[in-house]
Ligand binder design. Structure first.
Ligand code: NAP
Length: 347
């Protein structure tokens, strides 16, 4: 391999949606070079035959391999469970790891067991893991070698709620209603992801408790530990689109708090953030498609104390691979926007 002076990066699970998303960004990154790509099913194939959209890039010439030999940073884009085992191995080899799965998002292994139905595969690594939501945990991400990339729904919900929650402007009882594209379920074919089942039809799912609910509550509590815990009702909905998450949060304004206070809290939190934009009209998932942006809007209806906060992200970008690269930039003290400066694809 010709040395480019760039930081060597590997992607494990490169044939999945998040792995492919990471490959697209890193193939054009000014500071990282993809040096190894891993999948179990397509070993020996050129990456461009698995992901033809990379045919014109040098990364497309890489041969998919069984394991990593010499990359400095590893992006894990595999299911939870296997991700923790791989993270253990790669951390023991001294590599930096960004895990896009759920395995290191909870600090408490009992909470993981409760929501993921099995004991945590690598509890000894939890103390070194940092929750990778840059807008709120940048300093910690900067110091870690194991970043837990947030879940896609929590990213949209926490970015919308955190400034207002931290400002103590809303009551504990919060409703989070999210609409997601079908790529959120990953690439493996299932009946639920079948075109005929999804097209022209919308459904709620996991109504009796989605795994991202405790991630939202726990992170808000971590952001404002002096307040009592938020009580979130979270209902995700599957809508017939490829990618994107629209999240609408409903919360009651506390005491004398106003819409202006909420807007001010959002403005103060995000004025300097490159990937968060506050909008004057309700955002659309189409605005964020293919970019690392999060659009946030808030409003109150006449005569109501109910604050409505809406966010739009791309689940495969700010909700996944884009945020993973943003975290890698922070871990390596690069400009946070490096490799992520492209705008969305619209329409
Ligand atoms: N999709 C989203 O919107 C989204 C958002 C945020 C986070 N995530 C998380 O990101 C991870 C990847 O999601 P995805 O949507 O990209 O899934 P996906 O499309 O199903 O891809 C999964 C990838 O992992 C590999 N894989 C599957 N089982 C494996 C195992 N037991 N051991 C090692 N590799 C395995 C697959 O390739 P081979 O079978 O060829 O090895 C494939 O490349 C998941 O943990 C998911 O929860 C997804």
């Amino acid at each position: 391999m010709i040395s480019t002076g760039k930081i060597s990066a590997a992607i494990v699970g490169v044939t999945g949606y998040e792995g492919a998303g990471a490959a697209r960004i890193l193939a054009q990154h000014p500071n990282f070079q993809i040096t190894e790509v891993v999948s179990r099913s397509l070993q020996g194939s050129a990456l461009s035959s698995a992901l033809p959209s990379l045919a014109s890039s040098d990364a497309g010439k890489l041969i998919i391999c069984e394991d990593i030999q010499d990359s400095e940073i590893v992006f894990l884009a595999v299911p939870h469970g296997p991700a923790a085992d791989l993270a253990s191995r790669y951390r023991a080899q001294g590599r930096s790891v960004i895990d896009i799965s759920a395995d290191f998002r909870f600090r408490n292994p009992q909470e993981y067991e409760r929501w993921y139905g099995r004991p945590h595969p690598a509890p000894e690594l939890l103390p070194q893991a940092v929750y990778g939501l840059p807008e709120w945990f940048r300093q910690e991400i900067h110091k870690t070698k194991l970043t837990a990339n947030p879940g896609c729904f929590p990213t949209g919900a926490i970015l919308a709620l955190a400034p207002i929650w931290r400002g103590h402007l809303i009551e504990e009882d919060i409703i989070v209603n999210s609409l997601t594209g079908i790529s959120g379920a990953g690439r493996s074919p299932t009946l639920r992801a079948h075109f005929v089942e999804d097209a022209e039809s919308v459904t709620a799912y996991a109504v009796n408790g989605h795994r991202h609910l405790p991630e939202m509550e726990g992170t808000l509590q971590q952001i404002a530990p002096k307040y009592s815990a938020p009580k979130i009702t979270f209902v995700p909905h599957l809508v017939p689109m490829n990618r994107g998450i629209l999240t609408t949060c409903y919360a009651t304004l506390r005491d004398s708090a106003t819409l202006a206070d909420a807007k001010n809290a959002l403005q103060q939190a995000y004025a300097a953030e490159p990937f968060v934009v506050l909008t004057d009209t309700p955002p659309e998932t189409g605005w964020a498609r293919g970019s690392n942006m999060c659009f946030i809007y808030c409003a109150v209806q006449p005569g109501s104390r109910r604050l409505i906060i809406i966010s739009a992200i791309d689940n495969l970008m700010k909700g996944g691979a884009g945020q993973a690269v943003q975290n890698a930039n922070i871990m390596y003290q690069l400009p946070e926007t490096a490799g992520l400066e492209f705008v969305g694809v619209w329409p």
